[in-house]
Design a protein around this ligand. Sequence first.
Ligand code: SAH
Length: 506
Amino acid sequence: MKQGRIYLIGAGPGDPGLITVRGLECLRQAEVVVYDYLANPQLLEEAPSAEKIYVGKCRGHHHRPQEEINRLLVELGQAGKIVARLKGGDPYLFGRGGEEALCLHEVGIPFEVVPGVTAAFAAAAYSGIPLTHRDFTTSLGLITGHEDPAKKVSRLDWEKLAQGIGTLVFYMGMANLELIARELITHGRDPQTPVAVVRWATHPSQQTLISTLAEVSHEVVRQKFAPPAVIIIGEVVTLRNELRWFDNRPLFGKRVLVTRSAEQAGSFSRLLQEQGAQVIECPTIALVPPESWDELDTLLAEVDRHDWLLLTSANAVRTVFERLAAAGRDARALGRCRVCVVGPKSAAILAEYGIRADLIPEDYKGEGVVAAFEKIGVRGARILFPRADKARKVIPEGLTALGAEVTAPIAYRNVVPKALPETAREALTAGKIDVITFTSSSTVENLAALLGVASLTESLAGVTVASIGPITSTTCRRFGLTVDLEPEDYTLESLTAALILHTSCA
Ligand code: SAH
C-alpha cells in the first residue's frame, strides 16, 4: 500500500492570498483536507477533488475533541492518504499542531509542517501596528488569554509579562479580557498603555478597536466586539494613526454585488477589491456557445476576404481565436483584414493573440464604433462582426447605413443562468449589500427575470445602484430602479472611480 503523508499547513489568518506557496502546493496534492473554523473555506477550492472533513468549532463549542482529530489523522495516514491538515494562522502557535504532530510521530506516519502567517502578525500588518519599533519596544510576547479552564492557578507569570516584555499580543483573550487588563495593571503596567483589539484580521470585515488598558474591557462590551480577535498591547499601537492602510481604503467595508458573467467578473472584482470593497459575485449572464458553430466557422474560414473584423467584447475576441485554433489556424488567418475592438479591455485581449487593434473608438460603445467607422469611411467595405445573439442593432444598422456590407454571425449567446449562487441570493434578499453594479442592460433584465420584478425593486431599496452607462441606466429605470451613479466614460475603471467619489460624498 502507498505511504500516507500528513501536511500540517498554516492557512494564514483569513485572506486566502496569505497562505504560503509551499502550503498551496501541498494543499493541491491532497486527497483529503481536514480543516478548521479559522481556515478560509475559499482555500478548499484549491483541492477540488479532495475529500473535505470539517473539524472546527461549532458555535463556540469544540466540534470534535482533539483526541478524535488526532485519531482521524492517524487513520488517514495509515490508510495511505495524502492529507492536508489545514489550520488557521500557524500550525505551531496555539493551534494544537504540536499535539497532532506528536501523535503522528508516535505511530511513525511521515509528516511535514508548513508555517503560516499567524493572527498576531496579520492583525499587526493589516491594522498598521508594527509589533516592534526601535523608538518604542524591542521585544514581543505572544500569549494565550484562554488557559485551560481545568487549571486552578494561572501559569502566566503576570509580573514578568507586565514588566519584562514590550509589546504583548493575546490570542483567545476576549472572554478573559477584564482579568488580563487587571492583572497587567496590578503588576505594574501603566493603565494608559494603548491597546488595539483586531477582529477578523485581513478579512473584508476586519474591525479594530483602539483603547487603553484601563478602558478596553468596557469598550469591548460597549461596542459588542466579539471573537475571533487578537489584543495588541503596547506603545506601538499609536503608530496606527500614521500607518493605517487597509481599513481606510475608499471602499472598505462596502459590500458590492457584481452582476457580470462569471467569465467577465474577475477583472472588475479585482478593481473593487483593491479599493477595499467586499465583492459578492452574482453572475446574471451565462455565456454559452451558439446552437451550431457552422455559420461562424464558415465565415472565419475566409476572414481574410473581409476588410474589417469587428469585435465588441472580450468574449467575442476569445471565441474567434478559439474557433480559428479549432480549425488548426492562428492569427495569420486574418491576412490583410484589419481589426476594430470596442475598447481598451478587448484590445488587451486581442494583444494576447499577437494582434494590435487597428481601430478603437473614442466612445466605448456601439454608437462610438459607428462614429469611428464614419470618420474613416467604410463605403463598400466588407465587415465581419461576430457578436452576441442579443446584441443591439446599432452597429449593423449604423454600418449598413454608411454603405458597408456587414455580416454578423452569432459567436456566443447570453442566456439567463438557471439560478443565482446561494450566497448572492441570500445577500440580496436579506439586505446585506451596499452597492449593486450593472454593466449592461442584460445584467438588469436577467436579474429581474431571476428574482422577479417586485422582489428586485424591494431587494434594492436603499442599495446604491451603479450603472456603467446611459443605456444600462435606461434599462434600470424601466425596472423602477433609481440610478445613483454613472461614469462619464463606459469603463470599469471609471465606474469604480465614480463609486469611490459617490462613497466619499455620501
Ligand atoms: N494558530 C492560530 C491561532 C489559533 S488560536 C494562529 O497562528 O493564528 C485562535 C485565536 O487566534 C483566536 O481566538 C484569535 O485570538 C486568533 N485569531 C485567529 N485568526 C484571527 C483573525 N483573522 N483575526 C483576529 N484574531 C484571529
